[in-house]
Design a protein around this ligand. Structure first.
Ligand SMILES: NC(=O)c1ccc[n+]([C@@H]2O[C@H](COP(=O)([O-])OP(=O)(O)OC[C@H]3O[C@@H](n4cnc5c(N)ncnc54)[C@H](O)[C@@H]3O)[C@@H](O)[C@H]2O)c1
Ligand SMILES: *[C@@H]1O[C@H](CO)[C@@H](O)[C@H](O)[C@H]1NC(C)=O
Ligand SMILES: *[C@@H]1O[C@H](CO)[C@@H](O)[C@H](O)[C@H]1NC(C)=O
Length: 311
């Protein structure tokens, strides 16, 4: 059986996927429309792999040179797509572009190749209805940075062959990610639905002057987030009473009445945008964003090591 993966688009996310697939020995072929991008992707990936190895953070079963040897660049789409088990599309978030890129892949792909998109926002039905192999489409939505945050949401279109979604899930498990399989496409998938529910209430609490930006973020980073890194919201409830049924007996009324107090949904516009931005820029000035991202990635690395050691 072929052990080849095609990556289409060699930016931030394409590079992460390439490293994850190469980690378990897939032959990875990266295509990009910009020749310069492919070159810089290969240089960047080699550096990243070496530095991960040096710091004891390399994932996968092979050493960094072996992993890097699994990754090739090409400026011909066909070389990335031909005989691939799976094509992971990582082009910019633009619907017309995704439709065009998938049509190009569809024209040359084998009928058995899985079509996997990294899109964070578009339902798979929106960019696959015109494909002859549309039964092969799935979204595999990673969370940034995918090398340290293993979750992948797998989302089928209404016409996706269930075997394709299942095989995608198995591949994600094989490369050490944590897949969850949605039964159908829903706007925002699940990660962003949960995230937006939280952002919704955050906006309203700031508008109401209950907490400022710094303190509301602390509620997550030094409060709820501490346990959410290990237990989801439902298991949390199960442990916070004598099981879930007891939790509902005790707290259902409270949850209902507090939730009824939520303010209506607001659109993120108007003076509060500037107000929140000002407070955030006091915490992290805009010329320090990259430094802070690096710190975040380091923190996530350490957290993922801790999680591994607890398993
Ligand atoms: N960055 C994130 O945090 C994140 C998280 C999850 C999912 N995603 C999704 O991943 C996808 C890629 O995002 P990114 O951040 O890596 O973008 P990026 O801008 O870093 O990279 C996109 C790459 O695609 C290339 N490209 C453009 N047109 C192309 C074409 N026709 N054929 C081949 N390559 C082409 C560009 O040259 C560039 O190298 C998007 O759909 C995005 O929504 C991003
Ligand atoms: C990686 O592993 C290969 C095969 O075992 C070996 O030949 C090579 O020297 C190793 N490279 C490094 C940098 O450890
Ligand atoms: C935001 O809160 C309001 C009020 O509860 C609710 O109607 C809306 O659906 C919420 N939106 C999200 C995205 O959770």
């Amino acid at each position: 059986m072929s052990r080849k993966i095609g990556i289409v688009g060699s930016g931030l996310i394409g590079r992460s996927w390439a490293m994850l697939f190469a980690g378990v020995g897939y032959q990875v072929v990266i295509y990009d429309i910009e020749a310069k991008q492919i070159e810089s992707a290969l240089v960047d990936i080699e550096q990243q792999l070496k530095s991960l190895e040096k710091n004891g953070l390399l994932r996968g079963k092979l050493n960094s040179s072996q992993q890097f040897a699994c990754i090739k660049g090409t400026n011909k789409l066909e070389e990335a797509v031909r005989d691939a088990v799976l094509v992971q599309e990582c082009v910019p978030e633009n619907l017309e572009l995704k439709r065009k890129v998938w049509k190009g892949v569809d024209d040359i792909a084998e009928p058995s190749t899985i079509f996997s998109s990294s899109t964070s926002t578009f339902l798979p039905s929106l960019f696959s209805d015109h494909l002859k192999n549309k039964k092969n489409i799935v979204v595999s939505h990673p969370v940034n940075p995918p090398y340290y945050v293993p979750l992948v949401e797998i989302i089928p279109a209404p016409w996706t062959d269930p075997a394709v979604a299942k095989k995608t899930r198995a591949i994600m498990e094989e490369i050490g990610q944590t897949p969850v399989s949605l039964s159908k496409e829903v706007p925002g998938f699940v990660v962003n639905r949960l995230q937006y529910a939280l952002l919704n209430e955050t906006w309203n609490l700031v508008a109401d002057g209950v907490l400022d930006v710094k303190d509301i973020d602390k509620v997550m980073s030094d409060g709820l987030g501490m346990r959410y890194a290990f237990l989801g919201p439902l298991e949390t409830t199960h442990l916070n009473a004598e099981g879930f049924v007891d939790y509902c007996d005790k707290y259902a009324n409270t949850i209902y009445s507090v939730s009824k107090d939520f303010k209506p949904l607001q659109k993120w516009e108007g003076p509060q945008v500037g107000e929140i931005a000002k407070q955030l820029e006091n915490m992290v000035p805009k010329d320090k964003l990259q430094e802070r991202r690096n710190w975040r990635d380091l923190a996530l690395t350490k957290l993922s090591q801790l999680k591994k050691s607890l398993q």
